[in-house]
Ligand binder design. Structure first.
Ligand SMILES: *Cc1c(COP(=O)(O)O)cnc(C)c1O
Length: 380
């Protein structure tokens, strides 16, 4: 196959990876003339459900739409509080605001950038209705130690698993825990891409139905049923959040190759880990690579801003995931002091991480990191 763009290397922080059949799959849908939620979308839902070994999965137009819909389905609305780490993509917080609910920002463990159960417990209030752990870098978050307590208080756990498609907790894929709602993103640079898209794994068949109603403008009838009827019924408030068959076709073409995705991402992360082992002053954020399909390779470094600029000047596309949300102007009304997150946010830097990269690229990045650290006088 002739690549549509030059092979992205360490000059790109992240990149989609195509296995070769995606363009044909999209062309077939375009030729079909049906671009809405179709049997192609439903085939993708079934494919993902089979892959995760879960009874059902519901496709939506993005990861953000998945989070928003899951929150609404769980009854989260105005006056409700949702516990969420500040250390996440702003989409997580926007989904909470879209419900009219209040984010309760919490700290993360500096070693994993994930929330810990004790911290969730310490932040519960009378108005807590949901907890939204973020599976940072692909790492599963295990809230089992507090799951019973949360259930007693009717608090729903909605996982932001945008980074974690394919990752495991114990021997199950993330999404397979029937006690939680799991939301995936299939955006351009996620572990599996639809171009744009998301998926919700519901807890029960009732919840699945509620989510299916919400994602299609509250309309009860399927497109096929509407075509044969003079009327349709709008049952509830709802959103235009269905996944287009054009996007689903890309996902259908990607899914059979996921074993390759998993192997390549684990190998690249381990290559970075082994190479970084020899570098002083650098701490790798642990994604639990044996159980995860890594999405990011994040390090904590001294003099981060200088190191970042030095590496950029060498053509290495480092990034920062993420500037903390509790300090964003849009989220100021919910801001509180989170000293750990603020300290971490001055140290984190994401190394280029995508499947076009090989071991040589990773070693080049680590060499450039060593040079940057030396140039800014770290460790002295
Ligand atoms: C990508 C991402 C989202 C949003 O997914 P979209 O498909 O881009 O809407 C939410 N949370 C996290 C942590 C993400 O990385």
């Amino acid at each position: 196959m002739i690549p549509a763009f030059d092979r992205p290397d360490a000059t790109r922080n992240a990149s989609p990876y195509l296995y070769g059949k995606e363009s044909q799959a999209v062309a077939a849908v375009l030729d079909s003339g049906h671009y809405g939620h179709t049997d192609v979308t439903e085939a993708f839902e079934r494919g993902v459900a089979r892959f995760l070994d879960v009874p059902d999965a519901i496709a939506v137009s993005s990861g953000t739409a998945a989070l928003h819909t899951a929150l609404v389905a769980a009854g989260v609305g105005p006056g409700c509080e949702v516990i969420v780490p500040s250390m996440t993509f702003c989409a997580t917080i926007q989904a909470i605001l879209a419900c009219g609910a209040n984010p309760r920002f919490v700290e993360v463990d500096p070693g994993t950038l994930c929330v810990c159960p004790e911290d969730v417990l310490n932040n519960l209030s009378k108005t807590t209705t949901a907890v939204m752990p973020v599976l940072f870098g692909g790492r599963a978050v295990d809230l089992a130690p507090i799951q019973d307590l949360l259930a007693e208080r009717h608090i729903t756990v909605i996982e932001d698993a945008a980074h974690a498609f394919g990752s495991c907790l114990d021997s199950q894929r993330v999404g397979a825990d029937p006690a939680v709602i799991t939301c995936f993103s299939f955006g351009p640079i996620k572990n599996l891409t639809c171009g744009q898209g998301g998926m919700i794994v519901p807890r029960t068949p009732d919840e699945a139905q509620k989510i299916r109603d919400l994602r299609m403008l509250g309309v009860v009838e399927s497109a096929a049923e509407r075509a044969t009827s003079t009327a349709y019924q709008v049952k509830t408030a709802g959103f235009r959040y269905q996944m287009s068959s054009i996007n689903a076709a890309i996902g259908n073409a990607q899914l059979p190759h996921f074993a390759g995705t998993e192997a390549d991402r684990k190998l690249l992360w381990r290559t970075y880990r082994d190479s970084l082992n020899h570098v002083d002053d650098v701490t790798l954020v642990d994604v639990d690579v044996d159980h995860s399909v890594p999405h990011l390779c994040v390090v904590r470094v001294p003099h981060r801003d200088q190191v970042f600029r030095h590496m950029k000047s060498q053509g290495i596309a480092v990034g920062v995931h993420y500037p903390p949300n509790h300090l964003q102007p849009a989220f100021a009304p919910w801001s509180r002091q989170l000293p750990m997150t603020e300290e971490i946010s001055r140290q984190i830097m994401s190394l280029p991480f995508h499947q076009h990269m090989d071991g040589t690229d990773a070693h080049r990045v680590v060499t450039a990191l060593e040079q940057a650290l030396a140039a800014v006088g770290a460790g002295r």
